[in-house]
Structures are given as structure tokens and as C-alpha cells.
Design a protein around this ligand. Structure first.
Ligand code: PMV
Length: 325
């Protein structure tokens, strides 16, 4: 039998209500529900080939062979897919991102959404969207939100079976944009897997979790009514709550750089002066600036004038993970 191959493409996503901390770290069952938007135009493109002649799994990431922890993480994920399919050939995974890896743009989300789809398809599994989202979650929690399209909610669930992402609105529901101010292209020092494990050491995590149902409700309402003010308030509050947990963990995690803080203040002052913008920040220093898409040019131009902002990437609401034919 010849090697089995498939190619999949997935976008990262930006969470308005964020996932931080696990109830079950092994299965990535999150401590709280979350809501995000897929980011069109940014993508991970992944080809997976299973072949009886391969002596071990291989990973080529952005043109370079990967070894050590990244290869092991991918190999452990492939092992789950092999177990699902019931056959055990090794694989070659060739993956490229068209955006900076591991710098607070959720590269692991698009990476594991694309890997879940390509690997399961190459093995002949035809998984439902829900099962694909559950599978992607096992690679990286937030990857379950990059499987369905548009605006996506991750139902935390209690176990592997009922923890998955589902679409709450299609990409064309709301013409929003994420203008990502790049302030650093460096790899972050503490990845999110370690970060999730520290969340419980913060005395603020309990309060953050307890308040999440209200933020989720407001966020659903903002999306269904396309209400930018509600979205701005809930997104910024949620971002600050997550970073408050991070900086009060033991040891503390501080992903921000001085320009990150400057951007949060600047964006709030732009909004006070009538510009519909708000910010959110993941586990890195870059700042995601949300606005209705008619303001993209103005927001991008203004961001580029801030010293320390090297580039602005623009993304509109993206579709689901898909196979390349
Ligand atoms: O899926 P992970 O383990 O990379 O965690 C994602 C964590 C945040 O990006 C900070 C928040 C989120 O919900 O995307």
C-alpha cells in the first residue's frame, strides 16, 4: 500500500473571553468556557503523510526539521490518531505558518486544528466537526476553536466527550477586523501549557472563573446584536482579568512589554474620543486591536505611528479548518 497523505489549512483564533487554566491538564478540559473569532488570512498549512517505510515520525516546521519537545508533542498527538484509526504507520508532517510562531498569536491553535484534520483524513477517518474539534483540543486547548468557522464558543464540558468548540455565528455575520500590532517576533519564554498549570496558584483565578458565565453571556449578546460597545467592554475586562491572574501566579508570568502597556492606554483613549476600537492580548506582548472593518485603514495607520510597533497584520473573521483538494 502506498503512503496516505492529506493537506489541511486552519486559521488561528483570537479569544474575546479567554481560556486560562485547566480542570484536567492531560485532556485540556478548561476551567472556563471561552469565545473567539477565527482569523482569516493568517493560516497554518499542514501536509501529513503516513508511510509504512518511515522509521519514525518527522516534523518539518517552516522549512526546518524540528526535534525535541515540538516533535514529541506532534508525535504524541499522531499516536492518538493512530489509535483512533487502528493502524500504526509513522508520519511526516510538513507545516508552515504565514505569521510569527509562538509570539502571542495562537500558532498552536491553527497548528493542531490543521494537524487534526490532515492526520485524521490521511488515515481515512471521517470525523464530524464536533469530533474533530475534540481531537484538536487534545493537541492544544484553543485549537478546538479553530475547527468550526466564524465566531466560536468552546463549551468547557466535564470530560473528553463534551468539551468542544461550535460556531455561534458564521464569518459574514459581523464585519469585524483584528489589526494585530506586532511589537515582538521573538518566541515567548513560558508557553501556554506551563502557564495554564500556574493559573491555580493565583488567588485571583477563582474570582475570574466565578465571573466567567456573565462575561460569556455579554459576549454572546455582543456578537448576536453586533454591539461593538458591549464587545469592547467585555473583551478588555476579560483580557485584564487573565493577565491579572498571570502576574499574580507563582512564579509570576508577565508577557507584556512597555509598548504593550502603552498600546492599551492609547487604544482606550482612541475609544473615548469616538473611534470604535478595543484591545486584547494573549500569552505574548503583541496587541490585538479589534474594530469594525470600515476602520481598518485608520486604525492601522494610527498604530504604525506608535514607536515600537513594527508591523500590523490584519485579519477578518475566518472560516473553518478545511482540506486542500
Ligand atoms: O491553547 P493554548 O494552550 O495555547 O492556550 C491559549 C491561551 C490564550 O491564547 C492565552 C487564551 C485563549 O483562550 O486563546
Amino acid at each position: 500500500m502506498q503512503g496516505q497523505t492529506a493537506i489541511a489549512i486552519a486559521t488561528p483564533n483570537i479569544a474575546f473571553v479567554k481560556y486560562w487554566g485547566d480542570r484536567d491538564p492531560r485532556l485540556h478540559i478548561p476551567a472556563n468556557g471561552s469565545i473567539s473569532m477565527n482569523l482569516d488570512g493568517l493560516s497554518t498549512h499542514t501536509q501529513v503523510t503516513f508511510d509504512a517505510s518511515f522509521r519514525h515520525d518527522q516534523l518539518i516546521l517552516d522549512g526546518k526539521p524540528a526535534t525535541g519537545a515540538p516533535l514529541q508533542r506532534v508525535s504524541e498527538f499522531l499516536e492518538r490518531v493512530r489509535r483512533l484509526a487502528g493502524w500504526y504507520w509513522n508520519a511526516r508532517v510538513v507545516s508552515t505558518n504565514n505569521f510569527p510562531t509562538a509570539a502571542g498569536i495562537a500558532s498552536s491553535a491553527s497548528a493542531f486544528a490543521a494537524l487534526a484534520l490532515a492526520a485524521s483524513s490521511a488515515m481515512g477517518l471521517q470525523l464530524s466537526e464536533r469530533d474533530l474539534s475534540r481531537l484538536a483540543r487534545l493537541g492544544s486547548g484553543s485549537a478546538c476553536r479553530s475547527v468550526p468557522g466564524g465566531f466560536v464558543e468552546w463549551q468547557p464540558g466535564r470530560d473528553d466527550f463534551d468539551s468542544y468548540g461550535f460556531s455561534i455565528a458564521p464569518p459574514d455575520h459581523w464585519d469585524l477586523a483584528d489589526c494585530i500590532a506586532i511589537v515582538s517576533r521573538g518566541q515567548k519564554s513560558v508557553g501556554s501549557i506551563e502557564g495554564h498549570m500556574l493559573a491555580e496558584t493565583s488567588p485571583l483565578q477563582k474570582a475570574r472563573i466565578a465571573d466567567t458565565p456573565l462575561r460569556l453571556k455579554l459576549c454572546r449578546q455582543a456578537i448576536s446584536e453586533r454591539d461593538f460597545d458591549i464587545l469592547a467592554n467585555v473583551t478588555e475586562l476579560d483580557c485584564q482579568l487573565m493577565h491579572a491572574v498571570m502576574i499574580t501566579s507563582t512564579p509570576p508570568l508577565l508577557y507584556w512589554q512597555p509598548v504593550t502597556q502603552l498600546l492599551t492606554r492609547t487604544i482606550q483613549s482612541w475609544r473615548k474620543n469616538g473611534l470604535p476600537v478595543c484591545y486584547t492580548i494573549d500569552a505574548g506582548p503583541n496587541v490585538h486591536v479589534l474594530c469594525p472593518s470600515s476602520y481598518i485603514t485608520q486604525v492601522t495607520d494610527q498604530l504604525m505611528q506608535i514607536p515600537g510597533v513594527s508591523k500590523v497584520l490584519v485579519a477578518r473573521p475566518g472560516g473553518p479548518a478545511r482540506l486542500e483538494k
